[in-house]
Design a protein around this ligand. Structure first.
Ligand code: ADP
Ligand code: MG
Length: 162
């Protein structure tokens, strides 16, 4: 996967702030969209997905870590497909899942997306979450492709205005 620098970063200090950020993301993500979430175990990837799903009318309890399920689909608008690539053994398993067929519809969110770099589309948004010792989370937005660059620009404006 090509290294792309972040075009925007923000510090998140609480779950409420994760919810605010996700609500702003919901306003700017294109449709369809492919979004990867990278960051260590406990960084807050699943928490962010839950906040995003709630922001578009889904129920918080639908979203758990799909580490053992690999894919979960939520009947939101837009529909969300939630992948966890943590336990994908190899490229063959990824293609057997048919993940790329989801990319054309709604929002596809992929936890541990960097592990399946070979299976990502040319254009997608990478979100890296870094958790430090003071429990501050830095969300860094790395847009792969022009469409996502402009989404992140809009996101920065909307979120900073709150
Ligand atoms: N913004 C946040 N503020 C405080 N706690 C958070 C935040 N995001 C996640 N957490 C907590 O961290 C833990 C791990 O989050 P989770 O989203 O499951 O991580 P990941 O999916 O990256 O492994 C959960 O208990 C969650 O409530
Ligand atoms: Mg998770």
């Amino acid at each position: 996967m090509e290294e792309v620098p972040p075009t925007w970063k923000t510090e998140i200090k609480s779950e409420a702030e994760t919810e605010q950020l996700a609500a702003s993301c919901a306003q700017v993500f294109p449709q369809p969209a492919v979004i990867t979430l990278n960051g260590t175990l406990g960084a807050g990837k699943t928490r962010f997905v839950r906040a995003l799903v709630e922001a578009i009318g889904g129920k918080a309890e639908w979203v758990s870590s799909p580490t053992y399920v690999l894919i979960q689909e939520y009947p939101t608008n837009p529909p969300v497909s939630h992948f966890d690539a943590y336990r994908i053994a190899d490229e063959e398993e990824w293609w057997e899942l048919g993940a790329d067929e989801y990319f054309e519809t709604g929002w596809t969110l992929i936890e541990w997306g960097e592990r399946v770099a070979y299976g990502l589309p040319e254009s997608f948004l990478e979100i890296r979450i870094d958790l430090n010792e003071e429990e501050i989370r830095t969300f860094a937005f790395h847009p792969h492709g022009e469409e996502y660059r402009s989404s992140v620009e809009q996101l920065e404006k909307i979120y900073s205005a709150k």
